[in-house]
Design a protein around this ligand. Structure first.
Ligand SMILES: [Mg+2]
Length: 236
């Protein structure tokens, strides 16, 4: 049965998306004299979406996209003090404390030693490494993979490099696009644990996933129970 369990990090192990929502709010305030909130939001998303393939995911690329959005929306009138405030938003996101989701530590404690545990995340290399260190969860994981993109090819590469059999591999995460669909595509098991808010960059059209290898849980604390159930079904 399952031998290797990989966890997404942002909004699966620790809170993340709320930092982006708070940053967006502060950004709206900086641009309040130039554009309404809806205009700011749609311009910001348009620019961020275009920039993802150049900057990748994470706070640093996000901050550059905010600067570019501000310059465009103010037609170049934003001053150095305004740009400085935007850079300050990015810096405070990078130094924000890491807040674990409820039940993460006890779940990892329960699974550690019984399964090989991995982290598979995407984003800024340095920031993700620092969040993992600040989380004090590092000792539970035998490997940490920080990827530029989570697609079937990237997961395929991981299972090949580590000699993992896809049928014995399970990925846990809050994004259908990044943590579930590509893992099902390579023959692995995937557990979706939705977080209360999802980045528009992770949005996929509502899909009915008809796979026996797909599981939906409300909380990470339900994971040991699911694994026990799968184990008992596999050994009649
Ligand atoms: Mg995530």
């Amino acid at each position: 049965m399952i031998e290797t369990i990989a966890f997404d990090a942002d909004d699966t192990l620790w809170h993340n998306e709320m930092l982006f929502s708070e940053a967006e709010q502060l950004f709206h305030e900086i641009l309040a004299d130039y554009a309404d909130a809806q205009t700011v939001r749609s311009k910001m998303r348009e620019i961020e979406h275009q920039n993802i393939r150049l900057f990748g995911y994470g706070v640093k690329g996000f901050t550059l996209s905010l600067v570019e959005t501000a310059i465009e929306l103010t037609e170049g009138r934003i001053d150095a003090a305004g740009i400085h405030k935007i850079i300050g938003i990015g810096k405070s996101m990078l130094s924000a404390p890491v807040l674990l989701l409820d039940g993460v530590r006890q779940t990892l404690e329960a699974l550690h030693g019984r399964y090989e545990l991995l982290v598979i995340t995407k984003g800024d290399l340095k920031h993700q490494q620092e969040k993992l260190k600040a989380s004090a969860l590092g000792r539970y994981f035998s490997r940490v993979e920080i990827l530029a993109e989570k697609d079937p090819g990237a997961y395929q590469d991981i299972v090949i490099r580590h000699g993992i059999t896809p049928e014995r591999f399970m990925m846990i995460g809050n994004s259908l696009k990044s943590d579930v669909l590509p893992v099902l595509a390579i023959g692995g098991h995937a557990v979706h644990i939705p977080y209360h808010t999802l980045s528009y960059l992770e949005h996929v059209e509502e899909t009915d996933i008809a796979s026996a290898r797909f599981h939906l849980l409300e909380s990470i604390t339900d994971l040991p129970g699911l694994l026990g159930q799968l184990q008992s079904e596999a050994t009649p």
